[in-house]
Design a protein. Structure first.
Length: 367
């Protein structure tokens, strides 16, 4: 039975709830409010993180809202309590990036990941408040990164997965110059109530085409594809049982107010009469290490772990998927012990089927 590890590999922190964009598929409930993280919260988190970073590679991921909306002075203050060995990452929509922000990233050795959904017609969901398309602002920010020779990753949300789209997207990101690309099929979660149910044939066709585009020019680390290929190789050499870690990474997400949500950052800011606010504690009252020592104090986590075991017993893809994500179960099923979700189908099952379909096509072509 899988449980929750007591030591995470990274912490997600919300320096502000505010986002200057209003993307159609965004799940965040408070993105119009400007609630900034006090320095005391960062100091409390650093008390635990500095010790972990002394033992192993450790990252703090600054994730909003739009983290840069906190401002350079405030974000710099939040970074101060962390030891130099802690890696800092920021997930940003890039619209605020300019030369001074590039200097900031270099000074603080901050790794940058940019949210952009492909060429201009594919970014229609990403708009500023008032409805103005954000694409030109995003590209100005990315151009500043390139001008300063700052390596960056990219995160792309796909709202209509189907064959014919993947090659266009991959070619765009090749030209963009990112070194890592993550593909997120749109999810029904948080305040985004749009359906994420698509044809399995269409989604697996999208993934198969993406694998083909990547193999022709593998100059980007393609997150989902490379993970699926590692898993497939492990199946072939008989080590697939070793691919999944024995314990789930707790992924502590620290909200602007110090509240800590485990396992699924997307649950932060939400509450339910049955489960409360999903928080396992607050770092201003209880140390982060102590919060992680007893995660099952939150009733929903016990329910989620039961759902993971139900997946283990019923799903042939379990060793690849690991039991899915808590937030997807909750927002799709209304509880945590359900099993298969649309997210599982789109981003796990169809992904693996697409990779295998591409391999079969290549094998037939070589015969």
């Amino acid at each position: 039975m899988r449980g929750v590890a007591r030591m995470p590999t990274y912490v997600v922190m919300q320096p502000t709830t505010l986002c200057n964009l209003d993307c159609s598929y965004c799940y965040l409930p408070m993105r119009a409010a400007n609630q900034r993280m006090p320095l005391a919260v960062a100091t409390a988190v650093a008390d635990a993180v500095n010790g972990w970073a002394a033992q192993r590679r450790f990252s703090v991921v600054w994730h909003g809202g739009e983290p840069l909306a906190a401002g350079q002075d405030h974000l710099a203050a939040l970074l101060t309590p962390f030891d130099p060995g802690v890696e800092h990452h920021v997930q940003t929509n890039a619209t605020l990036i300019d030369d001074t922000w590039c200097d900031f990233f270099r000074q603080h050795q901050m790794r940058v990941s940019v949210s952009v959904d492909g060429p201009a017609p594919r970014n229609d969901e990403r708009r500023a408040r008032g409805g103005r398309p954000a694409y030109d602002q995003i590209m100005r920010g990315i151009e500043a990164l390139r001008r300063h020779r700052i390596t960056f990753s990219a995160l792309c949300v796909v709202s209509d997965p189907r064959p014919g789209l993947a090659t266009e997207l991959y070619d765009f990101f090749l030209d963009l110059g990112c070194d890592v690309l993550g593909i997120n099929i749109e999810e029904t979660e948080g305040v985004n109530l749009r359906s994420n149910r698509w044809s399995a044939q269409a989604v697996s066709g999208f993934w198969a085409e993406l694998v083909g585009a990547w193999r022709r020019a593998p100059r980007i680390h393609l997150r989902e594809v490379e993970w699926s290929l590692r898993y497939t190789a492990a199946v072939l050499d008989g080590t697939a049982d070793l691919v999944l870690p024995r314990h789930l990474d707790p992924i502590p997400t620290v909200g602007h107010d110090g509240s800590v949500v485990l396992l699924s950052p997307e649950l932060a800011g939400f509450s339910d009469p049955r489960y409360g606010d999903f928080s396992s504690g607050n770092v201003l009252d209880t140390g982060l290490a102590e919060i992680l020592a007893a995660p099952q104090r939150a009733s929903w986590i016990t329910e989620f772990l039961a759902g993971v075991e139900a997946c283990r017993d019923s799903c042939p893809y379990f060793r690849f998927c690991g039991g899915g994500h808590a937030a997807n179960r909750y927002f799709e099923h209304g509880r945590f012990d359900g099993t298969e979700t649309n997210h599982c189908r789109n981003s796990k099952i169809s992904l693996l089927e697409g990779v295998l379909a591409h391999a079969r096509d290549q094998q037939r072509s070589a015969a």
